[in-house]
Design a protein around this ligand. Structure first.
Ligand SMILES: *Cc1c(COP(=O)(O)O)cnc(C)c1O
Length: 405
């Protein structure tokens, strides 16, 4: 069994059209098994020298002239690049800056203000903590009520669950495209339509799908979206997030953190705030330029590989992980807590067992790096361009060995 499945991993790597991309990441030559690219992607080898060159030449050489030459526009330039390569968004609707948490706040506040008289924000009980906490804060601040969708933690929000809670009171629906725990892949176009038919706006959190699952925001008629760039976009710890606001909402929405960098003419330094035209109005303070550089490197790689090929590899990796998990640790009581249907699954797989907390600690000791999510879930993140099938195999063999010990 073991020998045959190992050969299978080698064969899958040998026929993988994207296999060579893995060599472009720092650490790919080490035996370490990395199952956390959905939490913090590996750096690309080109990123180190690029950052050094930026310090020497652009920051060190151009100094403050850099703002006029390139930096001022970079949040929108990179936003448009994200729109083209990974979001399915036409130019002028995406901007980069802040963290996902801060952008969630800004867009939730803007959205509920645009639906006066409506009293509810709909969100699911298993959404990522920051999404739930920010929604609770906005509800409290604006005198609104949270309306919870109760979901199966091994699955996620379905059309019928959403239909049951939206109505004339719904101002805003907040959903994750891929659930951070189960990897449930929500039907973005369908759920968007259901919320909009009820007269609500929808805010999609794309943190766990962007650059792993193809996204077509414009085609789906999406209203609002946010996402982070340090997961499958390999921007590095704390790299800035992005916000998408559909063209038709740009002039109608106003965000609550009225800073000078999102103002109509920042260098006029005038007596009062007037928002910039277009998506730039969703910026607040000075954008984090250094944090955008690594994202550009990864986005270039994703564009070269193509999002459809990236998704095909992602599906192959998670399908293989499910198959090997069933065969190896499965008989020891390990249970899949992610969808079996690849069409309903994002880029990771969660495996439950009562001992997974200690198993995770033992795996880290052995240089196998997944992460742990309550209750007793081992989360295996498979970043399509930097993970091999052999890595999946070796990591799941280690899970079995640790459980047997
Ligand atoms: C990772 C993640 C976040 C992170 O928010 P930060 O502000 O970057 O800490 C938010 N939402 C989801 C769904 C995530 O997966």
């Amino acid at each position: 069994m073991t020998g045959r499945a190992t050969q299978h991993a080698e064969r899958l790597d040998a026929v993988d059209p994207l296999a060579s991309y893995r060599d472009r990441f720092v650490g790919a030559d080490q035996p370490l098994v990395y199952f956390d690219g959905n939490s913090l992607g590996r750096p690309l080898a080109v990123t180190g020298p690029r950052l050094a060159a930026f310090v020497e030449q652009e920051w060190g050489g151009r100094l403050i002239r850099g703002w006029d030459e390139r930096w001022f526009e970079l949040p929108q330039v990179l936003g448009d690049d994200l729109g083209r390569v990974v979001l399915g968004a036409a130019p002028g609707q995406t901007v980069v800056g802040d963290s996902t948490t801060v952008l969630l706040y800004k867009l939730m506040r803007a959205a509920v203000a645009a639906r006066p008289g409506r009293t509810e924000i709909v969100i699911d009980r298993d959404n990522f903590p920051t999404d739930r906490y920010v929604a609770a804060g906005v509800a409290q601040e604006c005198g609104l009520t949270l309306r919870w969708i109760e979901v199966d933690p091994a699955a996620g929000v379905t059309a019928s669950l959403l239909e049951a809670v939206v109505g004339p009171a719904t101002a805003l629906v907040v959903l994750s495209h891929v659930a951070y725990r189960s990897a449930w892949l929500a039907d973005l176009p369908e759920l968007t339509r259901i919320a909009q038919d009820a007269g609500a706006l929808v805010l999609w959190d794309l943190c766990h799908s962007v650059a792993s699952v193809p996204i077509a925001l414009d085609e789906a008629g999406a209203d609002l979206a946010v996402g982070c760039t340090y997961k499958y976009l390999n921007g590095g710890p704390g790299s800035p997030a992005f916000a998408y606001v559909a063209q038709r909402h740009l002039e109608e929405l106003t965000q609550p953190i009225q800073g000078w960098m999102g103002a109509a003419d920042p260098f006029l330094m005038g007596p009062s705030y007037a928002p910039a035209a277009g998506v730039r109005r969703f910026l607040s303070g000075t954008p984090p330029i250094v944090g955008m550089l690594a994202i550009q490197d990864m986005l270039g790689l994703v564009e070269e590989a193509g999002m459809d090929a990236v998704r095909a590899k992602s599906v192959a990796l998670t399908s293989y992980a499910v198959e090997v998990a069933d065969a190896l640790p499965g008989p020891l009581g390990v249970v899949l807590a992610s969808p079996r249907d690849p069409d309903r699954r994002g880029g990771h797989v969660t495996l439950n067992h009562p001992r997974m907390r200690e198993v995770t600690a033992a795996l880290w000791e052995r240089d196998v790096i997944p992460d742990y999510r309550d209750p007793h879930g081992l989360r295996i993140g498979l970043s399509p361009l930097s993970t091999s099938f052999a890595e999946v195999r070796a990591g799941l063999e280690a899970v079995r060995e640790v459980l047997e010990a």
